[in-house]
Structure formats: structure tokens, C-alpha cells
Design a binder for this molecule. Sequence first.
Ligand code: HPA
Length: 274
Amino acid sequence: MDFTFQQYEESAQAIRARLGGFAPKVAMILGSGLGYLGDQVEGAVTVPYGEIPYFKSSTAPGHKGRLVFGTLEGQRVAVMQGRMHHYEGYSYEEVSYAVRVLRLLGCDTLIVTNAAGCVHTGWQAGDLMLITDHIKLFSQSPLRGENLPEFGVRFPDASKLYTPRLQELARQTAQEQGLTLREGVYFYCYGPQYETPAEVRAARILGGDAVGMSTAPEVVVAGHCGMEVLGITLLSNMAAGILDQPLSEREVLDAAEAAKEKFSGLIRACLRKM
Ligand code: HPA
């Protein structure tokens, strides 16, 4: 289904009615087990996805399924506690729908976070990775179908989807905190099965450093409508086939829990400087 511009506007209007003039500037999408940053928002106004027209619910584990508006480190934020994934049965347009609505509400920056498998054999589970680019070759585009010129052009440039200025800001912030921040390419796989060891080897040969089931669709849409993007991945586990053990959702959520402090510390410090 192609959404119309009016539908995006209708969703934005339903949210505006709850915000009393508050206009968010920085949108944040918090991935698996990383949603707690949303609980730290000050003066929070919470809107469950189910109360917003055309929003889908978020069914993945560790995803609360609500928007939290307020301030964090002095920034006006709109935090998505939980995202929609293609593997939940949603089209790519549905997966990225909220990004356009947040753009209409006034957000010009998007911080995306996720948990992903570590493809790079020199790194470790628990490390954080700054996303410098992504590979999303083997799936449809969220921009497929009629272009909505209110958001952007038919053939958008994708050479700097992850904003260099924000990458530099994250790099410097990590350094100040004495935090090791890996840098690399997020290789999108639509799941929900974890990758096979052969797929992980293929991702590595093609230039991927992390494999995950989210983020790339939303970032394509954010770039299309002119938003600046900062992406941080928690490498929650070594990708399939690197260690001789099966992958599990438990491992991913435990890693997110363990990385809580350093992850939220980095994001909060970045927000302060934006
Ligand atoms: N693969 C894909 N998605 C993931 C992984 C993984 O290994 N870990 C967390 N999300």
C-alpha cells in the first residue's frame, strides 16, 4: 500500500494534539533492549503507537511500542521505544512510516540504535560500533512506489546517509569518555532467522562489519527527507559461525542490558553537543 501525504499529516496532527506546542528536534529510534533511554526523558509525554493513525505496533522482544516526547540533555527529543521490522510482516513503507511523521513534527536529526551481530572477527561482543554506511542490496526500498515530493526527490543521493559531522561528533565524544568505539558498515538482513555462517562470510567479503535486521530502511527514508543521521550499533553477539554456539534472543537482550551504562552515556553526551 502506498501512503498518501495526507495520511502522514493525519498521524502528525494526532500527535501534535497531545504535545501542546512542543516541537521535537531530534528523533531517536531505540533498538532491542535499548529502550531504557526513553525512560530518562524529562517532562515526558508518552504516546503509544496504537493511538496514532496508521502506526503499526511493535511486536519484537524488548520493544515497548510507544513514542516519548520531552527533553534529554537539553535537546527536544522524540524517542521511539521500539521500532517496526519487515520480519514482523510489515512492508518497508510501514517500517519507515514513523520517520516521516517525526520529520513533519519538526525533527531534523535522527539517532538510530540497534543490536547486531559482529561480523568483524577482530572485535568483540559488547563493543559499540559507529555506523559509517550500510549495505541493503537484497531487499526492496522503502521508497519504492509513487514518490511523495513533499518529502524528497525520486532518486535521492545516498552517498552520505550517515552524516559525517555527526560521525565526527560521536568519535570525539567516545574519545573523551575513554570508550572504544568501533566504526564500520551495517549489513542489513531481513530475518527473522539469524544468518547462516555462509551468509556471514558473504557479508564480510562484501564489506559488512555488523549484520542486523533493522535500521537501514529507516535511514534511507530519513536521508530522502533531508534528515541528518547518527547510527550506533551494539554488537550484541558474534555473528553466526564465528563461535561454535547457536545464537539466541536471550544473548542479544543480555548484551543490551550489560552495555546499558556505556551506551546511554555515549548517546547522552552526543545529544548534549548536538
Ligand atoms: N544477526 C542479525 N540480527 C541481529 C543479530 C545477528 O547476529 N544480533 C542481534 N540482532
